[in-house]
Design a binder for this molecule. Structure first.
Ligand code: SAM
Ligand code: SF4
Ligand code: F3S
Length: 488
């Protein structure tokens, strides 16, 4: 196909935006455009921005400033802003950045070719940022290029409205795809070489709400220690989706299923059962990201999280009882309005109690339009930063101990590529010239750098690696002569 020009995409934010950027790239490739590796080479620049914290917005604006300079210098690229920034700010963006050509939102990505057509025909300040008003959500995943891993949106939006969070305003109301559609979509991805999927949603535990269950599926209802949770009886639900993916004969070549994110409020016993090595979902990775945000009940209440720490700990205990190998990670916010030293200590105590593999911690950032923005942002920036640094360091010690428990084990790795810096990883016993260091992830989502004795292409393969070392951030291993490549 004749090239219709080049595009460059700058992606910021979470996996949702990463998946959306991949969709944009696939759509533009279908139009005959090529990907540029530098903004300087592009006819069209897309900024897929994030608004979750003020810093993210500043980053987006500073990237835009650079693109503007480029446009002034070369009089060339068309510039569009999308993602959560485009959705939230809409035409307001043109006030501060009149040089922008178009703005699009999180629900209008598929209209990108149409938007580009209009802008390329001379229309100025084109805006496509309305939410899709239909009740259903139906789509087909688009991946760009040959991939062994794919993100698959199973739902969109969020109805939780945690008091600090802008996401419900940038992603709209919760809607789910049907189980049948997701299974067929993934079956198609598998035929194109995908071996691992990450199911995406802001809160996958409420997947299926409002989708009538057209087939008899187990489990029918969802419960946790608080009581009955999630979608109603007769609706589809997330554990049913996982079990359907595990059982479908078209998916025998799918090796791993991951998902993110979930909310403790409707994290169900039925989902915990999916982690059982005996009766659970065989393809489900031994990994869980369950954001808790704070270890203090008082702060959780102010955050509108509607659950108590005691219940969260009981959920984690039950999960570890069912499968001790599961690696658990979480999100935390420090410096939420009114957070005291003792609230913060309760969060540290939670880290000690749960023994996370990994945490993602953030300083609270007031977001205009959210309920928490009406509270006084009374924890000084200096204290927020001190708490943030302290908690990250605190977790590193816990992670070091957790990682060390994997020493000597043989683990299955999905290979992601050669390690970028071969010399940095010399500590992984790399002794001969022909040896290369590769990198991949375990089922519990740990990065493993491992030595391969001779040059060969392991990209996208599942292989067994013996863990020989650990640091606070990663594991090291060796692909020795006994290794067996897992049959696809
Ligand atoms: N849906 C997920 C959940 O319920 O946790 C993730 C939402 S958000 C994309 C990712 C993380 O950003 C949140 O878990 C929270 O820790 C953090 N976050 C959201 N709003 C924030 C704010 N106003 N200030 C600081 N961190 C924030
Ligand atoms: Fe934001 Fe809460 Fe929804 Fe997560 S569950 S996206 S933190 S409102
Ligand atoms: Fe994700 Fe940022 Fe939007 S975290 S959902 S890209 S506001």
């Amino acid at each position: 196909m004749e090239s219709k020009g080049k595009y460059y995409i700058k992606t910021m934010g979470c996996q949702m935006n990463v998946a959306d950027s991949e969709r944009m790239a696939a759509l533009l490739a279908e139009q005959g455009m090529e990907m540029a590796s530098r903004p300087e080479d592009a006819n069209v620049i897309l900024l897929n921005g994030c608004t979750v914290r003020e810093k993210a917005v500043h980053k987006a604006l500073s990237a835009l400033g650079e693109f503007h300079l480029l446009k002034k210098k070369t009089n060339r690229p068309l510039i569009g802003v999308g993602g959560c920034v485009g959705q939230l700010e809409k035409q307001k963006l043109f006030r501060n950045a009149p040089y922008l050509d178009f703005v699009f939102g999180t629900d209008t990505i598929d209209q990108l070719p149409e938007i580009l057509h209009r802008v390329q025909n001379g229309e100025k300040h084109v805006v496509y940022a309305d939410f899709d008003k239909s009740m259903d959500y139906s789509t087909e995943t688009k991946v760009f290029g040959q991939k062994s891993q794919a993100y698959v949106n199973i739902m969109k939006g969020c109805d939780k409205y945690c008091t600090y969070c802008i996401v419900p305003y940038t992603r709209g109301k919760e809607k789910s795809r049907t189980i049948d559609e997701v299974v067929s979509d993934i079956a198609r991805l598998v035929t194109s070489g995908v071996r691992e999927v990450t199911l995406l949603g802001q809160n996958v535990n409420s997947f299926g709400k409002g989708n009538k269950n057209l087939r008899k599926r187990e489990p029918k209802e969802l419960h946790n220690i608080i009581g009955k949770v999630g979608p109603k009886e007769g609706d589809e639900n997330f554990p049913q989706l996982l079990r359907a993916l595990d059982a479908d004969p078209r998916l025998t070549q799918l090796k791993r299923i991951r998902f993110t994110s979930s909310h403790p409020l409707d994290f169900s016993d039925e989902l915990i059962d999916c982690y059982s090595p005996l009766t659970g979902v065989r393809k489900l990775a031994a990994n869980l990201h369950l954001p808790v945000q704070s270890g203090s009940d008082r702060i959780l209440e102010k955050m509108g999280r509607h659950h108590k720490i005691e219940n969260y700990i009981a959920q984690m205990d039950r999960l570890r009882e069912i499968n001790p190998e599961v690696g658990i990670s979480t999100d935390l916010i420090v410096g939420f309005p009114t957070e005291t030293d003792s609230d913060f200590e309760a969060t540290l105590a939670l880290l000690d109690r749960v023994q996370y593999d990994n945490i993602y911690a953030f300083a609270y950032s007031s977001r205009p339009g959210t309920r928490a923005a009406k509270l006084e942002d009374d924890v000084p920036a200096k204290v927020k930063n001190e708490r943030l640094n302290h908690i990250l360091k605190y977790q590193l010690d816990i992670a070091e101990k957790r990682y060390a428990t994997r020493l000597g084990k043989v683990m299955e790795i999905l290979v992601e590529g050669e390690a970028k810096n071969q010399s940095l990883t010399m500590s992984v016993e790399k002794t001969q010239k022909l040896e290369r260091v590769w990198t991949g992830r375990t089922t519990c989502n740990r990065v493993v750098n491992f030595v391969v004795p001779s040059p060969r292409d392991l990209m996208g393969r599942f292989i067994s690696v013996k863990i020989t070392g650990s640091t606070r951030l990663s594991l090291q291993g060796k692909l020795d002569t006994e290794y067996q490549e897992k049959s696809a």
